[in-house]
Design a protein around this ligand. Structure first.
Ligand SMILES: *Cc1c(COP(=O)(O)O)cnc(C)c1O
Length: 400
């Protein structure tokens, strides 16, 4: 296929294979080269001046732009159907770059209550030092978004599905509310990936990602991205990224480009496993409840069906004997790996109450929907029978 173009009209699996190019091949290479260079020589002083002023395209310095990183950015812009994308050092660098671009002193944010932990920490204790206030609300309830918006609100920030509770917010409706108040909607699309959900098509203005998760998919690199629907937001956020410096390294970009090529294959396999595991867990005598967007009993099943192309491979469930039950399962899995993070080819298990969320007081955890018995599973690409057997033997360790 021709290079440099944005294959918007192609199918999704074709796009993930073909969307990452930096320009015409140099020697006919099929894979994008790693341009492992910090700086780019100018043929003349005049050319250097023209590049700096923006009169001429061309590379200057890797913090500002790099061909390998640009190939990844082109891929992400294509997959998310955005005006443009920016790759960042981590998912948190992406989120902070958006906050630094859109917030000012005394600015206000309306955010999903159970956002990713570090997002909540930076808003609550770091941006607060600059007078920024945040209302954390249950954004599955659209009225609570509307009710929390103030004259000084600068953005609405939602995560859907949420971590680890798998709650789903209606993106189209949330965008309509934000736009009625003249403010942008920012969506953390990490849990779904653009293969399953494209918030910009539903009216969102900005998408952020932890590329560490599904897009890279191999638990071997960290990274993040911002994708915008308009040139205005793109320019503003690019400026902040260049000056604050949370940019991506070319080697990191190359690894993620390589990971993206199998996104369709990985997600199809993993979400097939996830649905079967969810159905199996629902019938298990040691399991008290299961939350997976693809189960008709999920509270936002209809919204998930409307705005997602598939239900993904994240799920959570409750085990008998609460905290003790969760700990017993964590200490008994053999094939499934006890680890945080998600979205890799290997299945990972996590128990927030005894692991990631132990520092949060129990009543606050419960209020955010993170009960003591909640176990989170990031389902990978193994054989279903092997995952089922491992869960079965681990769940059998819960005493009656
Ligand atoms: C992991 C994650 C982040 C943070 O990304 P890093 O790459 O770890 O910085 C943000 N949001 C969600 C939903 C995540 O899962």
């Amino acid at each position: 296929m021709s290079t440099g173009g944005k294959p918007h009209g192609l199918g999704k699996a074709t796009q993930v294979v073909h969307s990452g190019h930096f320009g015409d091949p140099i020697l006919g290479e099929v894979s994008v080269p790693i341009f492992q260079t910090s700086t780019f020589a100018f043929p003349s002083a005049e050319e250097g001046a023209a590049r700096f002023s923006g009169q001429k395209a061309g590379y200057i310095y890797t913090r500002l732009a790099n061909p390998t990183v640009r190939a990844l950015e082109d891929s992400l812009a294509t997959l998310e159907k955005g005006f443009g994308a920016m790759a960042t050092a981590t998912g948190m660098a992406a989120i902070n770059t958006v906050f630094l671009a859109l917030l000012d002193q005394g600015g206000h944010v309306v955010s999903t209550d159970c956002v990713y932990g570090a997002t909540r920490v930076v808003l609550e204790s770091e941006y607060a030092r600059f007078g920024v206030r945040t209302a954390f609300v249950d954004t599955t309830d659209l009225g609570s978004i509307e009710g929390a918006i103030e004259p000084s609100t600068r953005l609405v920030f939602i995560e859907t599905p949420t971590n680890p509770t798998m709650k789903i917010t209606d993106i189209r409706e949330a965008a309509a509310i934000a736009h009625r108040h003249g403010i942008p909607l920012v969506v953390d699309n990490t849990f779904a990936s653009p293969y399953l959900q494209r918030p910009l098509e539903l009216g969102a203005d900005i998408v952020v990602h932890s590329l560490t998760k599904f897009l890279n998919g191999h638990s071997d690199v960290v990274g993040g991205a911002v994708v915008t629907s308009t040139e205005g937001h793109f320019k503003r956020i690019r400026r902040i990224l260049s000056y604050f410096g949370g940019t991506m390294d070319p080697h990191q970009a190359w690894l993620i480009l390589r990971g993206i090529k199998t996104l369709a294959l990985r997600l199809e396999k993993a979400q097939g496993n996830a649905l079967r595991l969810a159905e199996y867990l629902q019938r298990h005598p040691k399991v008290t409840w299961v939350r997976y967007p693809g189960l008709p009993g999920h509270p936002q099943f209809d919204i998930a069906r409307k705005q997602m192309d598939g239900f993904g491979s994240m799920l959570c469930f409750g085990v008998k004997e609460g905290l003790q039950g969760g700990v017993a399962v964590m200490n008994s899995v053999r094939l499934i790996t006890l680890a945080v993070s998600l979205g890799g080819v290997e299945t990972l298990i996590e128990h927030p109450a005894s692991m990631t969320h132990t520092s949060i007081p129990r009543d606050e955890r419960e209020a955010a929907g993170i009960s003591d018995d909640l176990v989170r599973l990031s389902v990978g690409c193994e054989d279903f029978e092997d995952l089922k057997e491992d869960l079965d033997q681990a769940l059998s360790r819960i005493s009656d």
